[in-house]
Design a binder for this molecule. Sequence first.
Ligand code: ZN
Length: 310
Amino acid sequence: MTTLLVSHPAFLEHDTGPHHPERPDRLRAVLAALDDSAFADLARVPAPEASMAALTRVHPQDYVEAILGVRPGPGQRVQIDGDTVMSQGSAEAVVRAAGAAVVAVDAVMQGRAQTAFAAVRPPGHHASPAIPGGFCLLNNVAVAARHAQAQHGASRVAILDFDVHHGQGTQAVVEPDASLFYASTHQYPLYPGTGSARERGVAGNVVNAPLPAGTDGATFRAAWRDRILPALDDFRPDLLIVSAGFDAHAADPLAQLEVETEDFVWLTREFLAIADRHAAGRLISVLEGGYDLDALAESVATHVRTLARG
Ligand SMILES: [Zn+2]
């Protein structure tokens, strides 16, 4: 069955400046890796702009309007916080990044695709409903989860986050709502400093597995196998959304986990098995971090090949 790839040239116009790790070359590397005959069977659609209705299921309207109203002139940038920047092209990029996740949900919930990958930037999992941060402005996966519930009748949506940083923005949305589930492995201590195993949500619907610097792939797999996947299985999601950050890779310059490409493949297969068991195989994956271009490109390519059951 079909796997969908969603992206847009606007994501290259989010200009974070000459020395920023979250840079357009990341997406160029990802798209170059997916522009290969091995991926000829992917269905490809451009990312639409998310509607205000979709965005305001997660973010207050005045927050969305404030973010989308940041329109610096050509070549100029506005510093949103210590490490989050917007350029002239950023507003369109952020609204299409959320739109990519929304259209991916539409495709899998309507049965036009079984799985989907949204190759987007900026990432989203550090964006809380009214607080940007960590390179993130709108929370793409949270918008996607709420869209699945509001427009497609999904009753239980799980968000699985293997980015090396804890997705505190996503957790803030999930924590009070037992119809959502959030699980994360992440290096700890590390930015943003949240993600203790004691943070469990209103109904045990948050599962955090913090990992110390130097954690290898075997321990990373064990955290998912022993601590997270059984709780995910018990939750019985009818849609899986993956916050796919590849900065836990051993080659990544921003963190110190020792995860390898094959570990991401193993985890992707585990997600698909649970999607098959509870969700008719429905899974969408949305790019978050990953800052070593070669490791990112290779990891995304093998992740997407696995999603396509290749
Ligand atoms: Zn990250």
